[in-house]
Write a protein that binds this ligand. Structure first.
Ligand code: GLA
Length: 562
């Protein structure tokens, strides 16, 4: 088997981020891919496929109509019209999706699903055509069970996967929300895999939204089957429910990646149960969590404030950032919650959320959000649009249930220290690791941060270095200021003699050192590299032909001369 080609990141940001941004992916997520793998040079990792390199954006009727009579062809056409007329399409909203209750309770004589002729007198092919003619995409709903959740019990897809997928493809469906009702207690991954394969077999690109409510940890298996997965039970239009779902979803940040998104359910913005301040928090947090942005209000009657929230381009840009990281909680004390989301240009989005019932000051620092090595920073407030400069303090007075959201951009970088220094004195600008986070001065350990041991190669221990697990890539910003790099590489003794991998050092897009295959029993190897003029140092490990199991790859005693 050939050595894997290294993963490629977007251009490295100017200023490094800290460990908290060294997000990890679930075991296997980077390597199992049941859907077509695209060529995506800009993405670090594409788990589910190329259909959602950024979180899907669009509309779904459920939160406003449920199965009421207002759910019909006129509504769907009206939404598509407004997507174009009110600038939502231009802002990135693409999918116009139908939820439960679009079908008749019985299949026809040939076993096909039948659109409800009262709601959709012209059928769904005609409606899909209408949506497509606007340059938009059309989505539908079914369930990985015998009957959908509605009490009328509309037919589900279980056992009908190929027939239903073929029918939807013939109508021009682009997105399937696949629910979990009527599941007969059957294995969840298997039920969703059957539909994933059926959709693929149609030859039409159809995004799969796994709506399994987080019951069987879909973040561990859904990335191989679809592009997004519900992490929670249903949202409702209350502050307590919305913020509770945010808390659940925040914990799952490591599982989000381009092509594979945690879904804390659709937006309630505009439905009337929360204040506009609360809806701004809702929208800010969903963007900060790189969640799908599926509008759930009837745009035909939405007010100006609702449009202003849904069309905040700065907040949408955070959600849609091509780096594809879900923001992480930096601190959460006494209802004051700070989240940080690294962005592709090296800036960081910060949310300062006040979950308490009274105005409060919520604060953090540039160091805490991983931007600790600049002289000053520009803070742009993404709601008020004002900007100011800071030496590192980040804070605001935030109203009850409100969120202040900043984009923090480093300005004026501190000069790197001259001489030869341990690489781990620096913070990396980007890190991808296939099992758990990249560990500093410890072996990989595979799971949570800090679970590794002292770096150890054939019995020799090292105080400094990086513990990764192939495939992995860690990127450092050099800015043309460094000349030389030396490091000892090998498979950590933690692998107990198993595993094999190759280590590569890249100066920008030029490979400047390659270890060749190293094994868990063979000796470690010293690599040196000329970095003169390089903007970025990229440390890449890849499996050496026998899969990625036990490939605990150490970069021991790494030294940088600048
Ligand atoms: C479940 C889903 C909801 C909605 C309804 C429709 O509750 O989680 O999002 O699709 O079914 O019946």
């Amino acid at each position: 088997m050939p050595i894997r080609t290294p993963v490629h990141f977007p251009a490295a940001p100017v200023v490094a981020l800290t460990l908290l941004l060294g997000g990890s992916l679930p075991a296997g997520a980077a390597t199992t891919n049941a859907r077509p793998t695209p060529s995506v040079p800009a993405a670090a990792h594409v788990a589910g496929g190329s259909l959602a390199l950024t979180p899907p954006m669009g509309f779904n009727n459920w939160n406003s109509t449920q199965c009421g009579a207002g759910f019909d062809e006129a509504m769907v056409k009206g939404i598509a019209d407004l997507f174009v007329a009110r600038g939502l399409k231009d802002a990135g909203y693409t999918y116009v999706n139908l939820d439960d209750c679009w079908a008749l309770p019985q299949r026809d004589a040939t076993g096909n699903l039948v659109p409800d002729p009262v709601r959709f007198p012209n059928g769904l092919k005609a409606l899909a055509d209408y949506v497509h003619d606007k340059g938009l995409k059309f989505g539908l709903y079914s369930t990985a069970g015998t009957r959908t959740c509605n009490s009328k019990g509309f037919p589900g897809g279980l056992g009908h996967e190929r027939q239903d997928a073929a029918l939807w493809a013939s109508w021009g469906v682009d997105f399937l929300k696949y629910d979990n009702c009527g599941n007969q207690g059957l294995d969840a991954p298997g039920r969703y895999r059957a539909m994933s394969e059926a959709l693929r077999a149609t030859g039409r690109p159809i995004l799969l939204s796994v709506c399994e409510w987080g019951q069987n940890k879909p973040w561990q298996w859904a990335p191989a089957l679809g592009e997004m997965w519900r992490t929670t039970y249903d949202i409702d239009d209350t502050w307590s429910r919305m913020i509770g779902l945010a808390h659940q979803n925040q914990k799952l940040a490591p599982y989000a990646a381009p092509g594979a998104w945690n879904d804390p359910d659709m937006l309630e913005v505009g439905n009337g149960g929360m204040t506009d301040t609360e809806y701004r928090t809702h929208f800010s947090l969903w963007a900060q969590m790189a969640a799908p942005l599926l509008i759930g209000t009837d745009l035909r009657t939405a007010d100006r404030a609702t449009y202003d929230i849904l069309l905040n381009r700065d907040v949408i840009a955070v959600d849609q950032d091509p780096l594809g990281r879900q923001g992480v909680v930096v601190s959460a004390t006494g209802g004051k919650v700070v989240m940080a989301k690294p962005l592709a240009d090296g800036s960081v989005a910060v949310t300062l959320t006040n979950e308490t019932a009274a105005t409060a000051t919520v604060s953090t620092t540039a160091t805490e959000i991983g931007l600790g090595n600049a002289d000053s920073y520009v803070l742009k407030d993404l709601w008020s649009k004002s900007a100011h400069s800071t030496g590192g303090a980040i804070g605001a007075s935030v109203p009850a249930h409100g969120t202040v959201m900043y984009r923090v951009t480093p300005a004026g970088q501190k000069a790197a220290a001259a001489g030869t220094h341990p690489l781990t004195d620096r913070v990396w600008s980007q890190a991808y690791n296939s099992h758990g986070p990249v560990e500093t001065d410890h072996s990989n350990g595979e799971k949570p941060a800090g679970d590794g041991r002292t770096l150890s190669l054939r019995g020799t221990t090292y105080g400094r270095g990086l513990g990764t697990h192939a495939p992995a890539e860690v990127v450092y910003h050099l800015g043309g200021e460094c000349e030389r790099f030396s490091v000892t590489v090998g498979i950590d003794d933690e692998s107990a003699g198993r595993g094999s991998a190759v280590f590569q050092i890249w100066r920008d897009d030029t490979k400047v050192a390659d270890s060749g295959p190293l094994t868990g029993t063979g000796p470690a190897k010293v690599l040196t590299a000329d970095l003169t003029g390089g903007q970025r140092l990229r440390l890449v490990t890849a499996a050496a032909g026998d899969g990625i199991d036990h490939d605990h790859t150490d970069w021991a005693d790494p030294r940088l001369t600048c």
